[in-house]
Structures are given as C-alpha cells and as structure tokens.
Design a protein around this ligand. Structure first.
Ligand code: SIN
Length: 306
C-alpha cells in the first residue's frame, strides 16, 4: 500500500511503499496520478531500477519522447536519455547541461509534455550536502495569485514557444559549448502556439502556461505589449514563494508534472563532482485525452484553441 508523505513546501510529496521495478496496480496508479496533480512532483526513494524497468513505469502515463540529442541515449533504449557531466575515455557519457534554467519541457512541441521520470544514479555531494538539485515552481498557485485584471487579460491569449530560445540562451548566457542548431534541426522543431492559460487535466485548475525558457511572444498583442506582459508574467511566476527544490539521493525516482510546474536543474556542482541521472519524457497525449481531462474541460482547452 502506498503512503504519501507531503513535504512542508509549496510542491512535492514522497511516496513510500512502491516498487517501481514491477507494474503498479490500477489503484496505485491512480494514487500516483492524483498526487502529481495535487503536489506537482513526487519522489519515490530507494528504487533499484533497470533502464528497461524505468521505461516500463514511465510509459504507463503516456507515449515517450525520443530526444533530439540522440548521442546521449541508453544503448538499446532510446527513450532513456542520459543526463551526466561524466567523461569516460575523453567522451561525455551524457548531456551535461540539460535544463539549467527555468523552463517547461516540450512546451515547444505541438503535443506538450506531461511527466518527466528521472532516476538518480550518482549525485554530487560537497561537505556531505547533495548538489545538483532540481527546482520547481508552482504554476497553479502563480495563476491563482494573479490580479483579476491580468487573469481577464490573458484568458484566450496564446503564446508562441520556440525550442531555439532556450538553446540560444544556454549558448549566450551559460557558456554552453552546444553548437547553434542547424537549419535541419530548427526545421524539425518549428515554433508552436499554446494557450497562455491551460486547464490542468487532473485537477481542473487553471495553470499559467508561459515559461521563460521557451515562450517568446504573445500572439494577439503588439511586440511591445507582448514583451511587457511576458516580462511581468515571468517575474511573477518566479517569485521564491512558488518554488521548492528536490535534493537528490541515489535511488530516488523523481516524477514531475510539466503542465502545472516549471523546473530548473541547479548547476551548483563542478565537472569533477559526478552526476548521473537517467530520464524519460512522457508526453501528454494519453492524459489530455483521458476521461479525467475530458471531465475537467482540459482536453477542449488544449485541443480546441490551436
Ligand atoms: C531536465 O529534465 O530539465 C533536467 C532536470 C535535472 O537534471 O535535474
């Protein structure tokens, strides 16, 4: 039987009593789904999982994305991406700088992401303290706290999200050695449009869906108005009161909901402090067409507006 241990912060719960190397019962699956809606992220501590078992657990929640960074995949399981700063025989074994600023995964895709499922294998520590945490911000609460006139203004507006925005920001501001995207890579990831306010498929609550990583333009406004409103929304949603950080322990399986949260991989460790995490990206195809999403009106909001 699963036991929830909600954390004393704006997001996050631990779930005890699960063995994710085996399929969850239907009841336990529903408990996890509801917990994701309520808490934004869940941590299952002490999980010993093979990559194949991690994939099997993740794909219960939707189809899995195969990342464009094709060279950092688990051999034989391309749905598992390797996040790591470890270099072996002169070659990086994973992508070292993934997600190191605030963003929402796959908002640049016409089918958005639902979950990320990460398994912590090696966690950097200094003076006994874990480094390389993953921070989250609560976009349900951020929406809820917006002044009424802003809520009215953004209802019905849409934003363009572009993969290249975050990629270029990493190159420009974070000293990343990523090369610019090639025209072929850009053509594979054209900008997409999503409503600024989504309805959460699990809870039916409204969510502010505009992350600084990928949202670049509010389509119905002039350039100046769009810049001003996005600046306001980004500042609002990144207030500390909406944030919580997961501090990793080896064996953690961390699952988060990308619809109701934004996240940031905290880059506070050095190249000689190894971090190794395996990651699956679950798309929102199944959840947005589930009975739950239909009952909450989330499906119509997402598919009806673009
Ligand atoms: C990501 O999926 O954005 C990376 C998160 C992390 O490495 O903590």
């Amino acid at each position: 039987m699963l036991e929830l241990e909600p954390l004393d912060q704006i997001l996050g719960t631990r779930i005890h009593g699960a063995n994710l190397s085996e399929p969850l019962s239907d009841d336990d699956f529903m408990v996890v789904l509801k917990a994701l809606g309520e808490y934004g992220y869940v941590c299952f501590p002490g999980q010993a999982l093979s990559a194949a078992q991690q994939k099997a657990f993740a794909e219960r929640f939707g189809s899995l994305e195969i990342n464009v960074a094709g060279s950092y995949q688990e051999p034989g399981i391309p749905e598992i991406m390797i996040l790591s700063n470890i270099v072996e025989n002169g070659k990086p074994i994973g992508i070292g700088d993934a997600g190191q600023d605030w963003h929402t995964d796959m908002s640049y895709s016409s089918m958005i992401a639902f979950l990320n499922v990460l398994h912590g294998i090696k966690i950097p520590r200094r003076d006994g303290k874990p480094l390389g945490g993953t921070s989250f911000a609560n976009m349900v609460q951020a929406y809820d706290d917006l002044p009424d006139d802003i809520k009215e203004r953004i209802e019905g507006l849409t934003a363009t999200h572009d993969f290249n925005k975050f990629w270029e920001m990493m190159r420009r501001e974070k000293g990343s050695s990523r090369p610019p995207l090639t025209p072929e890579q850009r053509a594979k990831k054209p900008p997409v449009v999503h409503p600024l306010v989504l309805i959460h498929p699990i809870t039916g609550k409204k969510v502010l869906y505009a992350n600084p990583g990928y949202a670049e333009r509010i389509n119905e406004l002039s350039q100046q108005e769009s810049d001003d409103l996005l600046r306001y929304l980004f500042e609002h949603q990144l207030q500390e009161k909406y944030q919580a950080t997961h501090r990793w322990t080896e064996g953690d399986v961390l699952v988060w909901d990308n619809i109701g949260t934004m996240h940031n991989a905290v880059a506070d460790y050095r190249a000689d402090e190894p971090r190794l995490i395996k990651r699956c990206q679950v798309m929102a195809d199944w959840i947005l067409q589930s009975d739950l999403a239909k009952a909450n009106g989330a499906e119509a909001r997402f598919f009806g507006t673009h």
